[in-house]
Design a protein. Sequence first.
Length: 274
Amino acid sequence: MFLFIFLITSSILAEEIWNSSFEKGMQSAREKNLPVVIDFYTDWCKYCEILENKIFPDPEVSKELEQFQKIRINGEENKDLIKKFQITGYPTVLFLDSKGGYLGRVVGLPSARDLANRLKIAYEKRNLEEDLLKKVQQEPNSLINNFNLGIYYYQTNNYDRASEFFLKAHQIKPEEPTLPKKREALFLLGVMNIYLERYSECISLWTLYMQSYPEMDKGYPLYYRAMSYYKTGKQQEALSDLEECYEQTADPQVKAMAKDVLEKAFAKKTVPKD
């Protein structure tokens, strides 16, 4: 009887230390300044059961877990989070800092030793923002350092700060190996300004992007510039960009997006059916 009560109590306590709400878990992590471990699982995943019932309770693993805010998310019930964190298989264990900055992940069933080591590595990286800021202060003209800090703020939804460092990264003259990062910085700067509803700036940024990198597919730049034109009341310019986007892009997802807006917002019924 005592053993039965002990097992039930242990099970309840184990459930209590894993938060099932991403928002509440992240709020607690910020308040306690703790890094975060998220267990993405499904009810049909057998490896998920092994991870929960055998790997997490392992003494070495559970000791490391004490230093984290723990969140457990059912992937089939939280599609937005699955998309946000690009979860492609189960189980997936995700590591974040207290503000939501990405620290790493484990996909599939790890051994207890491997998971304990990955937890140690994630904990050592828990002050990611501070470390990235120090690198920028030490090398303010480093494209990579500014780009990485922009990515950090992008991941934590701090779009103003992300825009600041993406702009710096793009303005720095790169060496040839870092050129793709310069291009990506400008692309993400345009995306950030969409989020921030700075549509006039978006028009200029996407125009600059297409002029600077004419070899790249124009699908997303044309689509985003069209949306910016639309938001600023420039309907004809928006229509022109959407038609060009639909006709020229090789990306089927962007083509579908452009087609949807053309048909719904501009009543363009002449768009060919795929």
